[in-house]
Design a protein around this ligand. Structure first.
Ligand code: TRH
Length: 397
């Protein structure tokens, strides 16, 4: 799969590369390290930065990056140094402070590292990289400085977002070209299907759906609708939190990678979790993508296919305004009926109502046009790594 996946351009090699440390505490799942690893690779490959990633959970990381060795305290992958970060005080075997320090998602930097930042002859540029949100207030807070209460240091808030004035979202320079090459090549598509599912590509009248989601009560109704659909549905399910529901539906003990099952017009393949660059091809091979969290949500937008977002649930339903803010951007130019259908479907997939597949399918042509238009619109906000490096250049003297 990695042969068709984007490779983030040729390495730039400036004479005095900017050194950058990224600190990542994994809260759960794969999004924290998924975003940090994608950013690290882009900073190294496209901008020639010398990157080090401190990460506290190598097990989660290895799912995205199988060549990672769990027992090593320090290793180099794709030209990036990976340090196993033993929170909270550990800051690597030798304390070296980088030119740019990124604390991902408000994780706490080691106190000894902060103290060393303050003592550095040239004070580093310190970012707090926030979670992505499509809400309007993001643009007002993006790039605001926050002085440290004790040291002569200032932290800059970097807010990823979907609208102008935000930090944008990650996008590799060659991503569109890699997608276009995959979509234009029946051989690449056919190889992908055989390698990943063990089967030939499905017939043209089938709708291919990728399903990456948290546990979700709405899935039972949707599986029934797909089983009873007039035309074939081919479902591709990376092994994970939704797999148990598939096993129950098909009356199987599990829905582990390699399992295939058919009921009515629904046939489903359980896929192995791939290395991170391979995930894009799954989105390109599908007609509709169900995604979750943050990084797969962004990848689905670049895949330019209709998609359904299972947002990361937060206490007190704090995620619901974020879901609606994303919908407002994404559906902006859709005709009213298609817009309402998509809103209903996303809401149902996030706990409010029942998903109506027939209605979704009826609006598919309009949703597909909008998905392509939205990818162009979103690209105008600029890629996050490019936005971050441009800002850094203005600050580093
Ligand atoms: O895994 P996620 O749900 O991650 C998160 C975390 O829960 C985090 O705490 C939360 O704050 C954040 O979401 C919003 O979903 P996400 O962000 O899509 O990350 C999944 C990563 O896994 C993404 O980088 C794509 C990658 N992936 C693969 O590498 N291979 C695969 O086969 C699949 C399905 C995904």
């Amino acid at each position: 799969m990695s042969s068709v996946a984007p490779d983030s351009g040729s390495p730039a090699a400036p004479a005095n590369p900017i050194a950058c440390d990224i600190f990542c505490a994994v809260i759960d799942n794969f999004g924290d390290i998924g975003v940090c690893w994608r950013l690290a690779r882009q900073l190294a490959r496209e901008h020639g930065w010398q990157v080090r990633v401190f990460v506290d959970d190598l097990h989660a990381f290895r799912r995205l990056c199988p060549s990672l060795e769990l027992e090593r305290a320090r290793q180099t992958l794709d030209g990036i140094v990976v340090e196993h970060w033993h929170e909270p005080s550990h800051a690597g075997d030798t304390l070296e402070v980088a030119d740019v320090v990124i604390e991902a998602f408000a994780c706490e930097l080691p106190p000894v590292y902060i103290a060393a930042m303050a003592e550095r002859a040239c004070v580093p540029l310190w970012f707090n990289l926030e979670y992505l949100s499509a809400e309007d207030w993001i643009a007002d807070f993006h790039l605001r400085p926050s002085p440290h209460p004790r040291y002569a240091l200032s932290k800059t808030f970097f807010f990823p977002g979907l609208g102008p004035g935000t930090g944008g979202v990650l996008k590799e320079r060659d991503l569109d070209a890699a997608r276009a090459a995959f979509e234009a090549s029946p051989a690449a598509r056919s190889d992908w299907w055989r390698n990943v599912t063990g089967h030939a590509p499905p017939p043209a009248d089938a709708t291919v759906v990728s399903l990456f989601a948290y546990e979700n009560p709405a899935v039972d109704s949707l599986l029934e609708q797909w089983r009873d659909n007039a035309s074939p549905i081919v479902l591709l399910v990376p092994e994970g939190r939704i797999s148990g529901a598939l096993a129950r539906f098909f009356g199987l003990p599990s829905f582990a990678a390699g399992t295939h099952a058919t009921l009515g017009n629904l046939s489903a393949h359980a896929l192995a979790f791939t290395e991170q660059p391979g995930y894009d091809a799954l989105l390109w091979a599908s007609d509709v993508n169900f995604v979750r969290g943050e990084d797969s949500f962004v990848r689905a937008q670049w895949a330019a296919k209709p998609f359904v977002w299972h947002i990361y649930p937060q206490a007190d339903d704090a995620h619901l305004p974020k879901l609606d803010a994303a919908l407002a951007h994404y559906t902006r130019t859709l005709p009213a009926d298609a817009r309402a259908a998509l809103e209903r479907f996303w809401h149902a997939w996030n706990g409010a109502g029942q998903p109506d597949w027939a209605e979704f399918q009826r609006h598919y042509p309009a949703l597909k046009r909008r998905a392509a238009g939205w990818a162009v619109e979103l690209a105008q906000v600029g890629d996050l790594a490019g936005n971050l490096t441009s800002f850094a250049k203005t600050q580093l003297k």
